[in-house]
Write a new protein. Structure first.
Lengths: 155, 786
């Protein structure tokens, strides 16, 4: 049986009927066609699917869509303001913080959430914070640099 | 070429053109596509590593609401499709038993497909897959490549005794044995190269759409080489004519080799779409990728080195059992042979080498190319042996390497294992690495820690690697068993306004081809990068090409593009000469301008000339209109990047914990097109190699169950486990391609396992420990210390 949920996604309120077992990531990708959020493992171990729920980074494969009822969700598609990229997006670009790009939306959501709590993290703190996000391409070197750049105001 | 006043585009770290889409969530990977009436396929896989399949009952699954069809091998057979997964690299006397899309009567590894369920939704198909009843009769399994060759070991194929698919050797055995006879020292070791799971973060996926009226199949898939996949699908799997198959590689989320090979699953999705006349999507779960993506490495090797009293190498003997897994994957036979045996000379002038390899079937996932493919295994052998020799002779690891390097003036250098190194200069890279590391100071610190009785032992490890990449000269490849050439293609379509679209057969899965390839074109034509568009990864748009692997894109794909552009410039020169009423040989092209030598105000711009070619009002006698060229670049040799890496580790003698303190990489990949991208490739490769050395391993139990099937138990390197890397380079251009470039995609993964293991062994050697097998987990290190 379907459940009606009401979620604010990237600034727009959507109301949909979802199955009880539907994962948030599938709701975003399949019902809302927001395919920027990627699935790498579906078991909460890779971080590719990271989005913000009420401003906090969560792995959307560990949440049911019904749990998002009444919340505000931000995905990678909602990070730009108009045509302007979020400073973290810009920093990933400047520092070559991505190669294949598959982990990248999750990385950007996770690291930009980190900066909300710790505006000037050390390299060690950045690396600790990224424990839950796997990247197989970059060796994390430039991801760390991107986060540092974004923390310093993108200069 | 740009003039001195303007910063050159070639060699500059411009930001990647592909990134804005990828960082805003607009990159479209295979699973991001949805088609009307799309269905979903789920493969039913064997839970046994070895079993006869007595029967398959699909009735309950087929009767599930939302299920459209359930197929087995019998259905594929009766459709008339060839139904196989081919091996595209053959060796003398190799045994290549049939690998069918779905198992016929016998399964040989956990994950082997036995049936496919197609449903209206993924959930329906997944649920029904549970209802397919397969009656298995389990057989004994063997997972170790050495044990698999023993008499009486479980045998995977009736006609492959002792599970030996191929028995291959290279080099002069007698001469090598002779080297050992007169040796002052011999060093020997058993070395294991641990089995790895590639772990591209995007799981493999396919979306097949069959147009029954045109008889055309469109297959979006996770591929590093769409044309090769189209060819193999046509010939061996689904039997549709090649020109009726369109393979598209949309964004591809990493490959590292694992998306080179043709697997059953993508072909099954295609075949199902043809049966059902509806689009079929198949997406692997993470545990499916771990079970079925071709794994890497898995060698057991015995190596012996003979040296004279001064530490000069006299001979090297290597004997390797290489696991092939349950079937021979697409390029599997090449990996432990021509990509391995040929590299065993390393950076050294070794007068005699003999290598013998057995390729062995085991009840595990197939093994094939994974980042470096054969070359990391070779580098591991030679670089571990150098350190063992240094220890035995009481020499410094840097000095024994230096003593044996191929001299800078000895290039081109012919090795004893069939390669001719094109160019190299090994000492400066070693010196730079030692200096960057502060080698002497590190040795002092190591000693003072030791003298002070510290429990934190310092270790310093070197790896001076060579790789042969830019795969490769087609003639050589053909002589060595490849069922394909290894050239690359480029089409340069110049539009009437002078802007350019490049069609390249080398398709990207994270390497940034759109950026580097447009840099090559823009630099040559005096254009802005934005005036160049790069098209790749679609067999309908792009002429046949070989794809991306073996660090070949810049050296082979880039060279094809450079040659294609140069042909267009040549045609333009004839037109310009005609327009300027000058002799052709007097017209020069520089920074987008054709000028007459010595008469600088006599000029025509690239745009003027291109427009004239399309207007065709007044072209030189006999010239065809338009400006479009095609180049097929067939390299005359591999390219041979090299370098020295240094790892610095701290071993906690009380816990066995290994902490990576620093990692220094000095690489030489010839001329550099985009240093930012080159560095990024090194970072990624180094991280993978460190992962292999310290944490990663695909473990099967004796029954062939994969114990490391999820990210819980397969330890991928995560950010907190690594450090920032210290990179530098030397530049020794490639002498035989138009750009002077070598390759860099695999170097990091080739060099780093040996550097890290040598560092750990350096830390513990004072306890008389000579070797610990990768991965160097705290438990293993601790046990060795006790
Ligand atoms: S897909 Fe959610 S953590 Fe991997
Ligand atoms: S950029 Fe490819 S996985 Fe991170």
């Amino acid at each position: 049986m379907g459940h009606k949920i009401r979620v604010e996604v990237n600034g727009r309120v959507v109301e949909r009927e979802v199955e009880a077992h539907t994962l948030l990531v599938h709701f975003l990708r399949e019902d809302l066609a927001l395919t920027g959020t990627n699935v790498g493992c579906e078991t909460s171990l890779c971080g590719s699917c990271t989005v913000w729920m009420d401003g906090e980074a969560v792995k959307s494969c560990t949440q049911l869509a019904v749990q998002a009822d009444g919340t505000t969700v931000t995905t990678i598609e909602g990070m730009r303001t108009g045509d302007e990229m979020h400073p973290m997006q810009q920093a990933f670009w400047e520092e070559h913080g991505l190669q294949c790009g598959y982990c990248t939306p999750g990385m950007i959501m996770a690291t930009s959430a980190l900066l909300k709590h710790n505006s000037n993290p050390s390299e060690g703190e950045i690396r600790e914070a990224l424990k839950g996000n796997v990247c197989r391409c970059t060796g994390y070197h430039n991801i760390v640099k991107a986060v540092q750049r974004a923390a310093q105001g993108g200069s | 070429m740009a003039d001195q006043g303007k910063a050159r585009i070639l060699g500059s770290a411009i930001k990647r053109r592909e990134d804005p889409a990828l960082i805003t969530g607009k990159g479209r990977y295979t699973d991001d596509f949805t088609l009307p009436h799309m269905t979903h396929a789920v493969i039913v896989r064997s839970p046994y590593s070895h079993a006869h399949v007595r029967s398959i009952d699909t009735a309950a699954a087929a009767a599930t609401p939302g299920v459209l069809a359930v197929y087995t091998a019998a259905d594929i057979e009766s459709s008339g499709a060839p139904g196989t997964v081919p091996t595209a690299w053959l060796l003398p006397d190799i045994k290549t038993p049939e690998h069918s899309l779905l198992a016929k009567g016998r399964v040989r590894y956990v994950g082997d497909g036995v049936a496919v369920v197609v449903g209206e939704t993924r959930q329906a198909a997944r649920a029904a897959a549970e209802l397919v009843e397969v009656d298995y009769d389990p057989l004994d399994a063997v997972v170790d490549p050495q044990k698999a060759t023993a008499e009486g070991a479980p045998q995977l194929f009736e006609d492959v005794p002792r599970n030996i698919s191929f028995d291959w050797d290279l080099g002069d055995k007698e001469k090598t044995d002779l080297g050992f006879e007169g040796a002052a020292h011999t060093v020997s070791a058993e070395l294991r190269n641990n089995r790895l799971i590639p772990h591209a973060i995007e799981p493999r996926a396919a979306l097949a759409d069959f147009d029954e009226h045109k008889g055309e199949l469109t297959l979006r898939m996770t591929t590093q080489n769409p044309h090769v996949h189209r060819l193999l699908l046509s010939l061996a799997s689904i039997g549709l004519p090649e020109h009726k198959i369109r393979v598209i590689a949309p964004e591809v989320g990493g490959g590292f080799g694992s998306k080179i090979h043709l697997y059953p699953d993508e072909a099954i999705a295609a075949w199902c779409a043809m049966q059902l006349k509806r689009p079929v999507k198949w997406v692997a779960t993470r545990s499916e990728t771990n079970l079925t993506d071709a794994h890497g490495r898995d060698h057991v090797t015995r190596a012996e080195m003979a040296l004279d009293a001064e530490g000069r190498i006299l001979g090297l003997r290597v004997d390797t059992h290489a696991a092939m897994g349950a079937y021979l994957s697409t390029f599997a036979p090449a990996v432990p042979t021509y990509l391995y045996g040929t590299l065993l000379s390393g950076q050294y002038d070794i007068p005699a080498i003999y290598v013998h390899v057995l390729g062995v079937f085991t009840n595990t996932a197939p093994v094939d190319a994974y980042r470096g493919a054969g070359r990391p295994e070779a580098t591991f052998v030679i670089e571990r042996m150098m350190d063992l020799a240094a220890a035995q002779l009481g020499q410094d690891p840097a000095e024994i390497r230096r003593r044996n390097f191929v001299a800078a003036d000895a290039f081109p250098y012919a090795t004893q294992v069939a390669l001719e190194y094109d160019s190299g200069n090994y000492e400066p890279a070693l010196d730079k690495a030692l200096e960057a590391a502060g080698y002497a100071a590190l040795r002092t610190e190591q000693k003072s820690r030791h003298d002070a009785g510290s429990s934190k032992w310092l270790g310093i490890g070197l790896s001076s690697y060579i790789e042969a990449c830019g795969l490769a000269p087609s003639q050589v490849a053909g002589a060595l068993g490849a069922q394909a050439g290894l050239w690359e293609s480029a089409k340069i379509r110049v539009h009437p306004t002078g802007t350019v679209t490049v069609y390249t057969g080398s398709s990207s899965h994270g390497q940034g081809h759109e950026t580097t390839f447009s840099q090559i074109v823009a630099d040559r034509l005096g254009l802005e990068v934005e005036q160049v568009e790069v098209i790749h990864g679609d067999t309908k748009e792009v002429q046949f090409g070989m794809g991306t692997y073996g660090s070949r894109s810049a050296a082979v794909g880039g060279s094809a593009i450079a040659n294609g552009v140069d042909r267009a410039i040549e045609k333009g020169r004839r037109i310009a000469a005609h327009m300027l009423e000058a002799a052709e040989e007097d017209v020069v092209f520089d920074d987008g301008q054709y000028t007459v030598k010595g008469v600088p105000d006599q000029a025509k711009s690239w745009g003027d000339v291109v427009l004239a070619s399309y207007l065709a009002h007044d072209l030189p006698e006999g010239m065809e209109p338009g400006m479009e060229t095609t180049a097929f670049y067939n390299p005359s040799n591999f390219v041979y990047p090299f370098g020295t890496h240094v790892a610095v580790v701290e071993v906690d003698s009380e816990t066995g914990d290994v902490e990576l303190l620093r990692y220094i990489a000095v690489d030489d990949c010839g001329n550099v097109i985009n240093p930012m991208i080159v560095d990024g490739q090194v970072h990624g490769g180094v991280a993978q190699g460190i992962g292999q050395a310290l944490w990663e391993q695909a473990v099967y139990d004796d029954n062939g169950q994969l114990l490391t099937g999820t990210l819980m138990d397969y330890a991928l390197p995560r950010a907190h486990m690594l450090v920032s890397f210290e990179l530098d380079r030397t530049v020794t251009p490639c002498p035989h391609n138009p750009l002077g470039v070598k390759g860099i995609g695999e170097a990091g993964a080739i060099a780093s396992p040996a550097a890290v293991v040598n560092a750990v062994m350096d830390a513990v050697s004072h306890r008389g420990i000579r070797n610990i097998d990768m991965p160097l987990t705290p438990e293993k290190v601790w046990r060795a210390i006790q």
